[in-house]
Design a protein around this ligand. Structure first.
Ligand SMILES: C[S@@+](CC[C@H](N)C(=O)[O-])C[C@H]1O[C@@H](n2cnc3c(N)ncnc32)[C@H](O)[C@@H]1O
Length: 306
């Protein structure tokens, strides 16, 4: 069990934000420097999501970490962050224990690509990942794959995205990001765990931010894991019962105004609903081998238990 704080965390704020119909909430400063490319990444509007968190909370808990957009934007003093996807968590634990190793992983692959045939080297890295899924290869693949969309074959979890047309950022730029992210996550305990295990660690006064895989098309993402929303709603209800605040990003509004998923949201579980503006399509158009990840999400739906 990580050593959690008993002293309240106050969101660092430069301004106050008034949200119609609610109390005054703190505004969190934007932090838009992505470390990893990950589908569903919320870096561009993570500060808006965090502005809906209670102004005072004890520990920050993020059980569906992905590329850590909200965690890095909030930079909490005490946090637990987890994901079930082990190669991804290997990246986060290495960021914390040995940031220079993360830089070296990236540089080695970047230089190999620059010195040889780009696609051939990319395919070699992909083959190495698929033979033995690991953080070092995944880190480079997510920065260099087509559209930044790391996809996995549903049948066996094989990473299938082809090489991107863009040039990945330089090792110097990557090192700079690593340093900043290392600083921002210094108070975080990273664990590889199912969301339920992490949420059970939350204590009264903590805030849990959930960003689960939610649309049908996401079945081919995140290592092709299955996901059961009802189990999540039950875990949220248990948190709420013991005085833990929970914020849930659940689906989005399309340009048409339609809500993406028609979800059976339990009555009485949430006290407030907000739509956070994403500005433009959250998922890129990406069509290959009959699989489509297209969605014109323009607003992210946030449900709050408080
Ligand atoms: C929508 S993404 C999170 C994106 C994140 N907010 C960001 O900004 O990058 C959902 C994440 O949940 C993880 N996940 C899927 N099933 C899970 C489970 N049962 N427990 C914990 N994490 C899970 C996936 O590996 C994926 O990284």
């Amino acid at each position: 069990m990580p050593d959690l704080s008993q002293t309240p965390h106050r969101i660092t704020t430069t301004m106050q934000l008034t949200i119609p119909g609610t109390s005054v909430r703190p505004q969190v400063d934007p932090f838009k420097m992505q470390l990893l490319k990950w589908i569903g990444n919320k870096q561009r509007f993570a500060h808006e999501i965090a502005s809906y968190f209670p102004p005072d909370f004890r520990n920050y808990i993020e059980p569906f970490l992905g590329s850590g957009a909200v965690l890095s934007t909030l930079a909490p003093a005490h946090a637990i962050a987890s994901d079930t996807f082990a190669p991804l968590m290997e990246i986060w634990t290495t960021l914390q224990t040995s940031p220079e190793t993360l830089g070296a992983w990236y540089r080695e692959r970047y230089e190999a690509m620059a010195a040889g045939d780009k696609v051939e080297v990319y395919e070699r890295i992909k083959a190495s990942y698929n033979q033995d899924p690991n953080g070092a290869d995944l880190l480079y693949l997510c920065r260099s794959c087509y559209g930044g969309v790391v996809r996995f074959r549903k049948s066996d979890g094989y990473m299938s995205t082809p090489c991107g047309v863009h040039n990945p950022i330089s090792p110097e730029s990557f090192d700079m990001r690593v340093q900043e992210w290392h600083r921002r996550t210094a108070g975080t305990t990273f664990i590889t765990a199912d969301f339920e295990e992490t949420m059970e660690m939350a204590q009264p006064g903590d805030i849990v931010y959930c960003d689960p895989p939610y649309t049908h098309s996401q079945a081919i993402l995140y290592g092709a894991q299955e996901f059961d929303l009802r189990r999540l709603f039950e875990a949220i209800a248990r948190c709420k019962d013991r005085g833990v605040y929970v914020a849930l990003s659940i689906d989005g509004k399309k340009k048409s105004g339609d809500i993406l998923c028609d979800l059976p949201i339990p009555d009485g579980l949430f006290e407030e609903e907000a739509f956070v503006n994403c500005g433009r399509s959250m998922l890129r158009r990406f069509q290959m081998q009959g699989e489509s990840l297209e969605a014109e999400v323009v607003a992210d739906r946030l449900l709050l238990t408080y």
